[in-house]
Design a protein around this ligand. Structure first.
Ligand SMILES: N=c1c2ncn([C@@H]3O[C@H](COP(=O)(O)OP(=O)(O)OP(=O)(O)O)[C@@H](O)[C@H]3O)c2ncn1[C@@H]1O[C@H](COP(=O)(O)O)[C@@H](O)[C@H]1O
Length: 109
């Protein structure tokens, strides 16, 4: 089965931004602009939540949709995928801030 890494997906979306292709959904999002992209990210986030309450298959599908739209948002806003990886990397091995939460003991958020 074909696979695509997050890096490859980001590069694909970036390429669409730099080389617009008529009829492309990615191009359509860039043409519509930031507000449309944000609306899609909001919708897809909600769909992930609903899917998670249903079943794994839906969660898998909706998560892929959300990742795709997040990539479009990053490209639109000029953030590289390396920026995100560096941010994640800066957190590796750092102490979790769970202890700062008032509600962490004995309750579930
Ligand atoms: N990974 C994706 C991907 N994931 C989701 N989607 C699109 O995201 C949309 C999500 O569905 P929705 O029903 O929420 O949206 P919609 O009704 O089509 O759009 P709106 O009317 O809401 O604007 C669908 O149109 C999907 O095709 C994607 N579109 C493209 N890609 C990748 O990007 C590549 C380039 O795609 P094009 O730019 O379309 O050539 C593709 O080959 C894929 O690899």
């Amino acid at each position: 089965m074909a696979e695509q890494s997050m890096e490859e997906l980001y590069e694909y979306v970036l390429n669409r931004k730099e080389n617009p292709k008529e009829g492309s959904y990615t191009d359509y999002l860039f043409q519509k602009g930031l507000d449309k992209i944000l609306k899609k990210v909001g919708e897809e986030s909600t769909e992930v939540i609903v899917a998670a309450k249903n079943n794994q298959e839906e969660l898998r599908y909706e998560t892929a949709d959300l990742f795709f739209h997040l990539m479009v948002l990053l490209v639109e806003q000029g953030l590289s995928f390396d920026d995100i990886k560096e941010e994640l990397g800066s957190r590796v091995g750092t102490k979790s801030r769970l202890h700062e939460r008032k509600d962490w003991r004995g309750t579930q958020a």
